[in-house]
Design a protein around this ligand. Structure first.
Ligand SMILES: [Cu+2]
Length: 152
């Protein structure tokens, strides 16, 4: 009688063990999928490298403000500002450059230097190798339409 119970138990346990083995095998395959996810993590690392590569920002020039009006970039980073004049007045963008003084040789000016309402333009600029804060402004509204680029 007891032996019969043991035999029955074995009859149940063996297939159960087989099912568990198959489940583990399937899990191992799932683990392979996780390895793929790990590769994606490496791509994330490339994304970090991209952080030091060129960066671009979409900037709206309104009446009379920049949106956004604050940017953070890395030292030595190439920066492109894609400008759209969403206002009713003429606007542009001038970056003070490494010396943070306007109308000096290291300034960067938008192309074109005057954006009519609805116009788009670009301003290409390379951040200095030294961290700091650099001003920018619209030359037509230099009091209201200003902003800051933080170089880190
Ligand atoms: Cu303006």
């Amino acid at each position: 009688m007891y032996n019969a119970i043991v035999r029955t138990a074995r009859a149940v346990i063996l297939p159960a063990a087989l099912i568990i083995s198959i489940a583990l095998l399937a899990y191992a395959c799932g683990g392979g999928g996780s390895d793929d996810n790990g590769d994606n993590g490496d791509n994330g690392g490339n994304g970090d490298n991209g952080g030091d590569g060129p960066v671009s920002f979409d900037v709206s020039t309104g009446d009379n403000f920049f949106e956004p009006k604050e940017f953070t970039v890395k030292t030595g980073q190439k920066v492109t500002f894609n400008l759209t004049n969403d206002g009713a007045a003429i606007h542009n963008m001038r970056v003070a450059g490494a010396d943070n003084e306007y109308n000096t040789d290291d300034d960067a000016l938008s192309d074109p230097s005057q954006l009519s309402p609805g116009d788009t333009g670009t301003l290409e600029w390379t951040a200095p190798d030294k961290a700091g804060e650099i001003d920018f402004k619209c030359e037509f509204h230099p009091t209201d339409s200003t902003g800051i680029i933080k170089v880190e």
